[in-house]
Every structure is written in C-alpha cells, then in structure tokens.
Design a protein around this ligand. Structure first.
Ligand code: F6P
Length: 433
C-alpha cells in the first residue's frame, strides 16, 4: 500500500480561473471544499498529527469562476481500451454538458482511441453535437470506436495542437489513463492550455482511489441470468457442475460481486486469493464432497484466478501492456472432468464463458445515472482548468484524482475486508489452505 502525503492529492491547474461561469442559479462548489480520504477516526487523527490537515481529494462540481472561456473552447473526446457498458452514456453526457450547459461551440470525437490522434492511421475526427448523440446511450459499445495501446506522445500532442483543442476527455481504464497522463505532461511542458481529463471506465473496477468505476454495476447485472442458467443446468443433471468463467484480469470484483448478487454460487475463485486444486484441502476433493451431498454445484471463476497452476506457460502481453491470462476456466473444466473419471463418479459439466457479453451491453439503471454524473464532473473540471486528472467517486462524492495517483497501484479485493468475507459466508466455500 502506497504511503500517502497531501501532495499526492494535488491537482494540476493550467492557471487562474478568471472567467465567470455561465451556469446560472447553480450551487457552486467552494474552492476549499474537499472530500476526506479516510473515513475512520484513527487514520484521520494520524493525518492531523503528521500533516496538520486531513488527506483529501478536491471535490468535483461546478465552480463560480472557470479558467477556459467556453465561447473559445474546442473539446475532443476519445474512448480507449476494452469496451464497457456506459461509454456512449459518457460521450452523450460530455457533449450535452459542454454544448448545452457551457455553450462550447465545437466538440469532436477522436476515432479508435489514441490511434485517432496519430495521422498515420488516417482517422479523421468526427463532429459531435447533442442531436448526433441524442439516443446513443441506448446502445452498448462506443460510437467512436476504441483501441488498445498507446501512440507516440509527441505526435498526439502535435495533432491536438493542430486541431486547436483545449480540452481532451479520455474515457478508459488504467492503460488509457497512463496515456492521458503522458499527454497532459507533454502539453504542460509545451505550456499549452490543454485540460486533459480522464473518466474511469472498466468492468474490472481495478482503478485505485475511487470506490467504483462506471460499467461495473451493469456487468454484474449482465452476469445475473448467466448464473441462473448455470444453476438451472447444474440442478437439472445428476452431479451437474455449472462452471462460469468471467473477466477480471487482476482483480476479482466482477466474480465476487456477481456471486453476492445471485447467491447460488458455491465456489468463487478470484486472482487475489490463491486456491489449491489437489489434496484433502483442495478444490477437487471439496467439489467431490459437495456433489456427494447435493448432486449439483455452481462455480464462478475470474480470468486471473489460479494462474500459478500454469507452470512454464509462456508470458504474453496485450497491446495495453497487460499480461494475458491463461484460460483458467477451460483448465478447471478439463481438470474437474478428468478428476470425475479418475475417482469414478459422474460429472455433468456445463461450462459457461459469457466473456464479452457482459461488457458490450448498454448501461442500466443507476449505472447510467453514474455515467452522466461522471461526465458532468469531468466537464466542470476541464472548465476549471484542471489537467492530468481523472474523475473519481469516493464515499458519497465525485472527486478530482491526479492520474499519477490513480494508476500508482491496481485496486484489488482485500481478502480480510467485508466483500470477500461475505463471499466466503454466502458460498460456504472452504479457504483451501
Ligand atoms: O476491460 C478489462 C477486461 O475486461 C479484462 O478483465 C480482460 O482481461 C480484458 O478486458 C479483455 O479485453 P480484450 O479482449 O479487449 O483485450
């Protein structure tokens, strides 16, 4: 865990906010209204002793005075990385807040993530306006297209300069935010008045210093019927095994939350908690006992779980620089079938891999609301002249988080905390020690 200092929470600003905000009758956020990082008395007291103040995030929201002149502004929006429910909601929220609330005359969409900022790909930006984005929130995916991987920073900043863009909104996860950080740094080095603002997208919920990214809630919602089907299949066969493999590269939030939301799961396996397969305390023997008692079982496994079981497997990376995981779902499927044969008991394996299905759907319910609120906070922050930051959500407030802080470590499930302890309680699974 990173040792934090007050400076880690400082948001870079392009200059003094001198323009009067065009927002009428709004409740403006006073400049000194911050959101405490710690919630409990002990760390709060320690912070006070050590720093003379609490560690805190800037609170997001509209300010009375802003840095950019909206009438002379031009905003660009891009989506990068894997898909996530709510991308179109965020695009729509950004466009409507920029053009209808702040009267920004021009907003453009950059095609296919950072590729669209590299002229070598020949991807021209597209014009966006409230009419164009009117009903895009009803579709999953992104109207702008996305891509993984970064491009040359100098070339991307040259393109932004040529386009006369003074606000860049980067909607993406860890890799996208790292790219946004590099663009913001280069723009500051060139003394450009460019606000670079991230909006945190990922169904994995693995971005630090924020409680939840957008898209997570919908992804959990999308796993619900799949878990029900796996349960039906498992119960419909003698010794039925409903095995579900979901995304979750290094963090098991999807698997854990989905197991709580549809609590028919008997074993939940996540990257943060190693498990043994063999031996009296291993998963296979435990499964055998469970089938003997109940004749069915539902197993949820996250993509990054049990990677230590793949000895000598070659390490492969994706374009974002993430280590590609070995397929633990298929591995477990085959091992469970083989174990049944070896021990001479029936196993009726039903394997589910919803894969991209849970992230390419449109955002639902309060997740869609969350997307809109994220986008409004992002525009307010850009107008204020903030840069090199990502919007976060902490406790009950939207916040400004320096990108360097947000990407300094991956957010993971702490097995000693309530979330994982609740999973253990509801599944009744052993700890495989
Ligand atoms: O968005 C993150 C994620 O859902 C990871 O859990 C998963 O490893 C990755 O996307 C897969 O995405 P792609 O196939 O697009 O690289």
């Amino acid at each position: 865990m990173k040792i934090l200092k007050p400076d880690d929470f400082t948001i870079a600003r392009l200059g003094k906010a001198e323009f009067i905000s065009p927002l009428k009758d709004n409740v403006f956020i006073p400049e000194n209204q911050n959101v405490c990082y710690s919630f409990h008395s002990e760390p709060l007291q320690k912070e006070l002793q050590e720093f003379g103040k609490f560690l805190s995030f800037e609170k997001a929201g509209p300010r009375e005075r802003i840095f950019h002149d909206p009438a002379k502004s031009k905003a660009a929006i891009l989506t990068a990385g894997g898909l996530c429910p709510g991308l179109n909601d965020v695009i729509k929220g950004l466009v409507s807040t920029l053009m209808e609330i702040y009267d920004v005359p021009e907003v453009i969409g950059i095609k296919y993530g950072y590729r669209g900022l590299n002229p070598a790909f020949g991807l021209e930006p597209v014009r966006l306006d409230p009419e164009i984005v009117d009903d895009i929130h009803n579709s999953g995916g992104t109207i702008l297209g996305s891509s993984r991987g970064n491009q040359d920073i100098g070339i991307m900043v040259d393109t932004l300069q040529k386009l006369c863009v003074n606000m860049l909104f980067c909607i993406g996860g860890d890799g996208t935010l790292k790219g946004a950080h590099a663009i913001a740094q280069e723009a500051m080095k060139r003394k450009l008045n460019l606000s670079v603002i991230g909006i945190p997208k990922t169904i994995d919920n693995d971005i630090s210093y924020m409680h939840r990214t957008f898209g997570v809630e919908t992804a959990i919602y999308a796993t619900h019927p799949i878990i029900t089907c796996a349960h039906n299949e498992a119960k419909g066969a003698y010794n039925g095994v409903g095995l579900i493999h979901v995304m979750g590269r290094d963090s098991g939030f999807i698997a854990a939350l989905a197991s709580l939301a549809n609590s028919v799961v008997n074993y939940c396996l996540i990257p943060e908690v190693p498990f043994k397969l063999d031996g009296p305390n291993g998963l296979l023997e435990s499964l055998h006992r469970r089938l003997a008692a109940k004749q069915h079982v539902v197993i949820m496994v996250a993509e990054g779980a049990g990677q230590d079981l793949f000895k000598n497997a070659p390490v492969q990376m994706d374009a974002s620089g993430n280590v590609k995981k070995n397929n633990i779902g298929e591995y477990l499927r085959d091992r469970i079938i083989a174990y049944g044969k070896e021990k001479k008991f029936d196993v009726s394996m039903k394997y589910f891999d919803p894969s991209y299905v849970i992230r390419s759907v449109d955002a639902r319910g309060t997740d869609a609301v969350y997307c809109l609120l994220f986008s409004q906070s992002a525009v307010h922050a850009a107008m204020l002249g903030c840069t090199d930051m990502v919007v976060g959500y902490w406790g009950t407030d939207f916040t400004h988080v320096p990108i360097a802080l947000a990407v300094s470590e991956r957010k993971k499930i702490d097995p000693s905390m309530t979330l994982w302890q609740s999973v253990l309680q509801i599944t009744g699974q052993p700890e495989f020690k």
